[in-house]
Design a protein around this ligand. Structure first.
Ligand SMILES: [Zn+2]
Length: 257
């Protein structure tokens, strides 16, 4: 169990390294398979021994070997995060079909989050293939009925369309983009209608706490733009790891159990 957990962690580190390539190249319209990794400043090719997840960043003191330009701290961060998520998913779900589905979902959420933070964009070329992949995985591995997958899609996308319309009606400004809607639809396909509804609720909750703390410490004001994708991703991960506990706790609290 421990050994396999470590393997999942290492696999996550390596996969995180690939996700870094996606995060850097997809918004720039570059290919994710070609050319080999190079320094964005001096264009020097990165040698395999300088491309070891996290360790190379530490060994190089966070600087390019050729030009000494700073390497973005996002690189080791994404690798560590993916490693922790992969190991955590294995510990939670074991070697099941479910775990494969969640590994893919976690990877998609990591890429969407970091691109959204930097560009305030959720790309169709991630959410739409993600949606298709989610449908195939849950259908084949989770033996979920197609109508349930469709329902997840509609509930996920639909609730954010409602929120967007409400936000426009109440505050007269765009609170949510179509990218968020497609992201929620994709999550709905992966974890179903109930899952996506609770995940979105948790996402709003986390966003609310974040804005409250941000305003209290004057780091955020009413007009600052806060990308919503990372909060949806956060809510979804909280649901995947602790959703059942939260539901049980809530039912007990509400006196229904
Ligand atoms: Zn360089």
């Amino acid at each position: 169990m421990f050994i396999i957990g470590v393997l999942f962690f290492v696999f996550g580190l390596i996969f995180g390294s690939f996700l870094n390539v996606c995060i850097y190249r997809l918004p720039r319209g570059e290919s994710i398979v070609w050319p080999a990794s190079h320094c964005p400043v001096c264009k020097a090719e990165i040698k395999p021994w300088d491309n070891v997840p996290v360790l190379s960043f530490i060994a190089l003191c966070g600087k390019c070997r050729s030009c000494k330009a700073k390497i973005h701290r996002r690189y080791p961060l994404v690798e560590m995060l993916t490693g922790i998520l992969f190991a955590g998913l294995f510990l939670k779900f074991g070697l099941t079909g479910e775990v494969i589905t969640f590994l893919f979902l976690a990877a998609l959420l990591v890429v969407i989050t970091f691109i959204d933070i930097e560009y305030q964009l959720i790309l169709n070329k991630i959410t739409l293939p993600g949606l298709l992949l989610g449908a195939i995985l849950t259908w084949q591995l989770g033996s979920v009925h197609l109508w349930q997958i469709g329902l997840g899609l509609v509930i996920g996308g639909g609730s954010l369309v409602l929120v967007a319309l409400l936000g426009k009606g109440l505050f007269g400004k765009e609170s949510m983009g179509m990218g968020d809607v497609k992201m929620a639809a994709m999550i709905g396909v992966f974890i179903g209608a109930k899952g996506v509804a609770i995940s979105l609720f948790l996402g709003f909750l986390i966003a609310g706490i974040f804005s409250f703390v941000g305003m209290a410490t004057k780091k955020v004001n009413r007009s600052s733009y806060i990308p919503f994708g990372p909060f949806i991703a956060g809510g979804t991960l909280v649901y995947i790891f602790w959703g059942e506990n939260i539901i049980t706790w809530y039912l007990m609290y509400a006196g229904l159990k």
